[in-house]
Ligand binder design. Structure first.
Ligand SMILES: C[S@@+](CC[C@H](N)C(=O)[O-])C[C@H]1O[C@@H](n2cnc3c(N)ncnc32)[C@H](O)[C@@H]1O
Length: 497
């Protein structure tokens, strides 16, 4: 090895860091463009489906066709529904404020560095667990191979968006530090943004901040990306439609009742703080806020964040929008009118729901955001709903949940163990898939004791009128963090590096 002058070494390291950071930003822009393109491709991809139905219809012998004489009308109605959905989706996009300049020329990244970057862009993100842990810089860029919008399918087949870690939310209680690397997320606290957002959402794509909506920048994306947009539409029903009430009663209500009972003496002056990792479209986090908690949702999918930003910050009234969430499947339909039925959203007006000061959504990978030393012992409660099986390493999730809870804090969980990185064929994804029994054992190790445990039968983003209803027998528990033992352990990053 050649000796290197000390100064030169530092410069080299700085150069390397700058190069890495630039590469990460470029990848992030690329991924975000792809996600936006997935949203923008929704109308065309859906129209293509209808064309396919029409082609099949035309292939029928005349006698069979005659039996389905209402079909041309159904196709027309489908097209109308698609255009209503597309209008809604376009409004979602208009309300989004990208945390990065998407009009940047990122050709630089299509050079040799990117050639080796697979579609899932796992450069410094969560896929490479070791490298992402050992560098704080990786907080700013997250890519993952799995986007859990389509939970029902356990879909792991395509890459998900990178996520900008940010929490520009206020520290109302004096115990929460911002976790930010300078980017701002599209999703913000309702109260903070209510007056400052939407100024530009007038549909003018030529306005400087909306140039990224220009059709010329739209990429052609694989259909599987557009499917994620359709999954988001189903998630909207789960979280923000009257039709989702039954699922919310099954999943969110037990959690809310448990929080309400456990923090019966909570005061308005100093509300308890509750974190909701994997918050999806934000309804549970909002309900927790309305219960009188300082509530923070954490979410790493741009697909989700783009949509929750719209609902939380930009919807003006309950029932403002109509969508047709069920049009994309002809299977298991009892009738065409079931398939083509409208759903209005949101069922409540989020900004008038009665949130507690300090409600926020924090974009970023749970592991990277909350493994930060200033998160130790911060939270009175952590609530995970259909989340813990999104981990590459569930032990790491449990360890972090334990570390960020105050002594005596509670972890309420409801969900199955449908590990998202299990069965990712052809990809070497880390996935540690524990049984419930082992999850319990690991939790005990990290200082938890069980207060309650039961099973909840539920669905996830299921069409309530479908002939197929996938059911989960989800684990529901309340655990309490026993002592300060975990606080004396260094964070994972230090131990693993
Ligand atoms: C199955 S969904 C559940 C959403 C919501 N909790 C619900 O019950 O509807 C899991 C959510 O966790 C998010 N997620 C997965 N891994 C994450 C991570 N490492 N950090 C933050 N969010 C994550 C996904 O994007 C997805 O929105």
């Amino acid at each position: 090895m050649h000796p290197v002058a000390a100064g030169g070494g530092v410069e080299d390291e700085d150069d390397e860091r700058r190069r890495q950071s630039k590469l990460e930003e470029a990848l992030e822009i690329k991924s975000l463009r792809r996600i936006i393109s997935a949203y923008l491709n929704y109308p065309e991809a859906s129209e293509e489906d209808v064309r396919r139905y029409e082609r099949s219809f035309r292939m029928l012998p005349p006698a069979h066709k005659a039996l389905l004489s209402h079909y041309p009308l159904k196709f027309q109605r489908l097209r109308r529904c698609i255009s209503v959905n597309s209008y809604f989706i376009f409004n979602i996009l208009q309300a989004f404020e990208p945390p990065l300049d998407l009009s940047q020329d990122i050709d630089v990244c299509d050079g040799p560095h990117l050639e080796n970057v697979p579609n899932n862009h796992n450069v410094s993100g969560v896929n490479n667990v070791c490298s992402s842990r050992s560098t704080c810089a990786s907080k700013r860029l997250h890519t993952s191979n799995s986007d859990q919008a389509c939970y029902e399918e356990g879909s792991n087949t395509v890459h998900s968006p990178p996520i900008v870690t940010t929490n520009k939310e206020v520290d109302n209680s004096g115990h929460r530090e911002s976790i930010t690397d300078g980017h701002t997320s599209g999703v913000e606290c309702i109260r903070e943004t209510h007056n400052c957002c939407g100024n530009d959402s007038n549909g003018d794509v030529s306005s400087p901040s909306r140039t990224w909506l220009d059709p010329s920048l739209q990429l052609h994306v694989p259909l599987v990306d557009v499917d994620k947009v359709r999954c988001i539409v189903r998630n909207i029903v789960r979280d923000w439609a009257a039709e989702g009430q039954k699922e919310r009663d099954q999943c969110y209500k037990p959690i809310l009742e448990e929080l309400d009972a456990l923090f019966a003496d909570r005061s308005k002056k100093s509300p308890p703080a509750c974190l909701v990792p994997g918050a999806g479209l934000g309804r549970l986090a909002l309900e927790i806020s309305c219960l009188g908690f300082i509530s923070q949702g954490n979410e790493f999918s741009y697909y989700m964040m783009i949509c929750s930003n719209f609902i939380l910050n930009h919807c003006q009234t309950a029932g403002e929008w109509t969508i047709y969430p069920w049009i994309h499947s002809n299977c298991n339909s009892l009738s065409d009118s079931d398939q083509l039925r409208p759903v209005t959203v949101p069922d409540i007006h989020p900004a008038s729901a009665g949130i507690t000061e300090g409600f926020s959504m924090c974009g970023g990978d749970f592991v990277e955001v909350y493994n930060d030393p200033n998160q130790v012992g911060v939270w009175d409660a952590v609530v995970t709903c259909f989340f813990i099986d999104t981990a590459h390493n569930i032990i790491e999730y449990i360890e972090i949940i334990s570390r960020i809870l105050k002594d005596g804090g509670v972890w309420i969980n409801l969900g199955p163990l449908l590990y998202h990185f299990a069965d990712v064929y052809g990809q070497d994804e880390m996935s540690v898939e524990l049984s419930l029994e082992d999850v319990r054992r690991v939790a005990l190790h990290y200082g938890f004791h069980f207060e309650k445990e039961s099973t909840v039968e539920t669905t996830y983003t299921t069409n309530p009128r479908s002939m197929m209803q996938n059911r989960y027998y989800a684990a529901f528990w309340t655990m309490r963090k026993r002592s300060a033992t975990m606080e004396h352990q260094p964070p994972l990053t230090e131990r693993n590096s």
